[in-house]
Design a binder for this molecule. Sequence first.
Ligand code: V47
Length: 414
Amino acid sequence: MKGDPALQPIAEKVERGERLDRDDALDLFNSADLLTVGRLADLANCRLNGDRVYFAANQHLNPTNVCVLRNTCVFCSFARMPQESGAYTRSLDEVFAEADAARDNPTREFHIVGGLHPKLRLAYYLEMFRGLRERHPGVHIKALTAVEVAHLARLERLSVRDVLLAMRDAGVTSLPGGGAEVFSPAARATIADKKLSGEEWLAVHREAHRLGIPSNCTMLYGHVETMADRVDHLLALRALQDETAGFLTYIPLAYHPDHNELGEALGRTGTATTGFDDLKNIAVGRLVLDNIPHVKTHWPMVTPFISQVALTFGCDDLEGTVVFERVYHEAGAGTPMWLGYDQVVSLIRGAGKEPAERDSLYRTVRTFEDWVPAELVGRPQGPEGPTFQISHRLRARARGQRGLPVLSAVDGVE
Ligand code: V47
């Protein structure tokens, strides 16, 4: 395919390091020239982050799926009414028991989001954060979307600022980026009618940033939004970042249509977003959000394979180990529930990038210059080390598949 001539002036701007405007962003979303968009995003990312790709050894916790927005957030498959089948609300002891998995692996971040429960009070969450901090002092707590924060403020008749202060004092180190969906009032009226408006979502994050709590931001794409809605959403995030510099990372979230009203209404059950659109959203996000340091690909939504490719389309952060993912799997995501620590590192290495394990605040906690995948550790070392053994083992296996004799003694461990 010939390159898209509409991208030429944009390419020149990116090469000069100039900010892109609304028309540029629209042209990028409307272009079918994915490789050029990806190349430009890779350039923008490499300028910021070099070859480094971050990941966090994290664990998702979802304390409740009971949500007062159950009937109006029509894209969500996770939420339940209090008496509905499948509704759950964890006691604090149950949350602590689930979090104990962090003792057997190198978890450094709890990612905590859930429904807007009509009766769970702020005290429940504060006790949860304090308990987690006490039990797992080295683990960061990234908790509660702006929507949950605003809900708690309403329930407690407190200001958003006071809720955030209490969360910070109880051990929360950052806010996740969920709940933003897409800010366009028209699209929001269709998919999330009663949810916090875009302006209110931004106001919660502005307040968090003022209090020194950094946060993430997201955009839910692939439903009823227009290209202009996507662009305006990104520009609103960029404007807040110009003001506060409090966003750490942008994460485009791919809409999953199974088991929710919207998917049914759109006749989309079983058809999630395309790999083309997933990569496009990553790349355009990287190019437009020139002031947000990181762009993360969320493999539970787009598959580990697309996420790996996304690392050369503008992403410098790969979602981590996760441990148990509920929100997207309820909506039909066919991806694994978790990835092993070594699998995450291997995905990054396999894309020709340098893995860096980080904490919630993007401080590097481990690099992998001398790393050997765990499956090789403990194997008898031949004179040329593990690579020698693997290649011989694979060769032996391939011989077997072709009907040739397998030399089972080749690596001595089969
Ligand atoms: O706001 C809900 C999305 C979000 C569906 O900050 C759906 O690192 C697709 O906060 N199809 C919550 N998406 C998750 C969230 C998050 C996720 C990953 C990383 C981070 C981070 C935060 O999940 C919701 C909504 O946008 N969601 N239902 C669905 N059917």
